[in-house]
Write a protein that binds this ligand. Sequence first.
Ligand code: BGC
Ligand code: BGC
Length: 608
Amino acid sequence: MTGYQSVSFQESSTSDTERVDILLSQMTLAEKIGQMTQVEKNSITPEAVTEYGIGSVLSGGGGSPAPNTPQMWARMTRRFQEAALRSRLGVPLLYGVDAIHGHNNVAGATIFPHNVGLGATHDPELAARIGRITAVELSATHVHWNFTPCVAVPQDIRWGRTYEGFGEQTDLVSEMGAAAVRGLQEADDYSGLSHRQAILACAKHFVGDGGAAWGSAGQYEWIQDNWQRAGSQYQIDQGDMNGDEATLRAVHLPPYQVAIEAGARSIMVSFSSWNGLKLHAHKYLLTDVLKREMGFTGFLVSDWMAIDQLDPDFYTCVVTAVNAGLDMIMVPFDYRRFILTLTQAVEKGDVPLARIEDAARRILAVKEEMGLFAQPWGDESLLPQVGCQAHRQVAREAVRRSLVLLKNEGALPLPKNTPRLLVAGAAADDVGLQCGGWTIEWQGKSGPITPGTTFLAGVRETVAAETAVNYQPDGRFPANLTADAGIVVLSEPPYAEGVGDRADLTLPASDLALIERARPHCRRLIVILYSGRPLIITDCLPRCDAFIAAWLPGSEGQGISDVLFGDYPFSGKLPFTWPRSMNQIPACAAEDTPLFPYGYGLTTKGGK
Ligand code: BGC
Ligand code: BGC
């Protein structure tokens, strides 16, 4: 029995707050700082988790065990938790991941549409159901903490994280974000965060990440890290939002207020800055506004190595961030250096002990609310539900409802008994492209990266037995082959974060050439686009009879054929204004009309 448990803190007469106070009174400075430390899983051993009393371990994008199976995930996280429980006071750790569209690092998990697609459904209830399913799949692998929802309000679609946001309007983001929080945190019999299948949500990235300007991302020559070197090409991501406080409060702050009301107990701070001051150094926004004014009593976690960007001197970084109000630091690599530095800062009086007490208390209070001291485990009996049919059905439903029909001149719905269908585009038969970034790997990847149904497989499943489906990835059909209908599937290559910042969103010439090759073979041509944001399709639109914005639909491509062949109606509505040209980005001038306005979307008659 550990010292902590021996003070009978589990006695029902003791309140949560008292139990946390008792625990805190037993902790050394090193143990409190250990709680404030979050380490990437490949950078620490279970033995070191025990020795330092580490508060949290995370898997970054693609941070999977080998082999990448749900069972191995459960084994990996279990080893870290066991190690935490062996520490002097036996404080359980929080294992965190980015399960931003399902448990997306795990091969075989259900992959839902990215948030941009959920925004197109305008349906918070669906977002909540998806959160619940994601929570079940996380719980099966002993993961307690999900770095989602992203409640950014993207104002410039050149940003590589546009698809992580639910849309360009604050109200939509607020509503969908709050629903996602509830879905993750509230198990069916609502018993609060202490339910074994409740997952701690994390609203991110506080605040104004969606307002950063093109070309405002900084350079940090002193950071020696491959990823940071890649980051030197970032344009918007991690950049600066230049604007007054009224705009910040009106556009970017409300989703946090609503998320807090929905029960969010952790918030991740943004890499970005506001009027030149990094959020990780922003005491006014973190402490005065978020914690005091908005009454946020949960804890703040920093983003990946983000404090390192504050100053070439790491001591200054640590002191500034912790004093600004950061409670847990996503180090993520050299945790010894972080622990040593923060310890020195406290000893020298540069970080007040009271700040350490407050940070540790906030973290422990959330762990207590989650019931982790009594029950630190997820539920491996749920492993068979990871990627199960019932979950995939909900993903398929989400795909159906997320599709936005932008043009339809008598082409849709397609009859299932069309004698011949031509399908073109490599994306038509590619789960990886359907899923986009943050799938199996941080940047995502094309190809059969995880089990799922491609669009083409869905078509084959849906059409009548006598329908011939001819598929040519490059659209080079035999010269004399013609059909009543042809479908061309286009896709942005997968990307995540600033790697997806793009100056020019014009559909590439190779996509137009693909359409040109397929066009003469089909009486009616339907174009489906997989993308994380609107692209400039103005030249392509006249060449087709129907155009579908499918966003990044995820593993269940059959949801597209469900709607294409009329089993269900098209119902999605644009969560972003669709620009006519790059001149309308970042914002469409008032006197100028976009190609399609926010909220646009045609409908069709559907069977069910
Ligand atoms: C990790 C991601 C992380 C990124 C930094 C990658 O190496 O896998 O999880 O977000 O670095 O942005
Ligand atoms: C991203 C966060 C993510 C974290 C951990 C960072 O690079 O900005 O959104 O939660 O990595 O993977």
